[in-house]
Design a protein around this ligand. Structure first.
Ligand code: PGA
Length: 259
């Protein structure tokens, strides 16, 4: 049985006042009874303050990015050890905005994955194809290439302490989510690819879907057997939406629909 997870990726949004209000609302709404993990990933500068506000709470805190390097002369970068030092437990690696806008390639993402795990953080590894790649029938080839870079460097066992997120680039921030069938097909493909190397790890691995998840479509996406929750961008900035997405993730788990 995989415990669903809903993680909010705030991207470059927020302010001290806005974060505080959002978290207060979330703290009063996220139910302890839900058999799911909930996390928020604020910008670096707010991590400590967000963690302080969430101290003792069920909501975990993650970063959105991390350096692949050990501490040293890397101006503007943040080392995994520093994130661990402040009590951060999760970190997103390989988000498509990092790949596309900041030139992060598969090799760098694989190194970031290693850096995160070495520091004791749980990486949320993002993979996903662009619209051109999907239209060209390359979806499986692209996500396989992105996944394989990590499998080659870290091995399938390393996914035992990681979370995978399928985020089709064309669905991120566009309001156009993958259909439940499209999401399930890619999630199943990813799981079976890992299963070929380690069936046990593959069966336990949580694969989140990300890309225009909203309260209105969360339930049908999460109802798929290989969709174990979501990585939520825009909708995670609204407490009511985010809470309803969490409730949707909790529902199939409660109903025992998940394996
Ligand atoms: P979105 O973003 O929910 O706003 O589409 C998802 C993500 O980029 O993680």
């Amino acid at each position: 049985m995989r415990r669903p997870m809903v993680a909010g990726n705030w991207k470059m949004h927020g302010s001290r006042a806005v974060n505080q209000g959002l978290l207060e609302e979330l703290q009063s709404r996220v139910s302890e009874a839900w058999p799911i993990d909930v996390a928020v990933c604020p910008p670096f500068v707010y991590l400590t303050e967000v963690m302080r506000q969430l101290e003792g709470d069920l909501i975990a805190v993650g970063a959105q990015n991390v350096s692949a390097e050990a501490p040293g002369a890397f101006t503007g970068e943040v080392a995994a050890a520093m994130l661990a030092d402040i009590g951060c437990t999760l970190v997103i690696v390989g988000h498509s905005e990092r790949r596309r806008l900041y030139g992060e390639d598969d090799t760098l993402v694989a190194r970031k994955f290693v850096a995160a795990q070495t520091a004791g953080l749980t990486p949320i590894l993002c993979v996903g194809e662009t619209l051109e790649e999907r239209d060209a029938g390359q979806t499986e080839g692209v996500v396989a290439r992105q996944l394989d870079a990590v499998l080659r460097t870290s091995g399938a066992k390393a996914l035992g302490k990681a979370i995978l997120a399928y985020e089709p680039v064309w669905a991120i921030g566009t309001g156009r989510n993958a259909t439940p069938a499209q999401a399930q097909a890619v999630h199943q493909f990813l799981r079976s690819r890992i299963s070929a190397q380690d069936a046990k790890i593959a069966a336990q691995l949580r694969i989140l879907y990300g890309g225009s998840v909203k309260a209105a479509n969360a339930a049908e996406l999460f109802a798929n057997p290989d969709v174990d929750g979501g990585l939520i961008g825009g909708a995670s900035l609204n407490a009511d939406e985010f809470q309803r997405i969490c409730a949707a993730a909790a529902a199939p788990a409660v109903a025992g629909a998940r394996r």
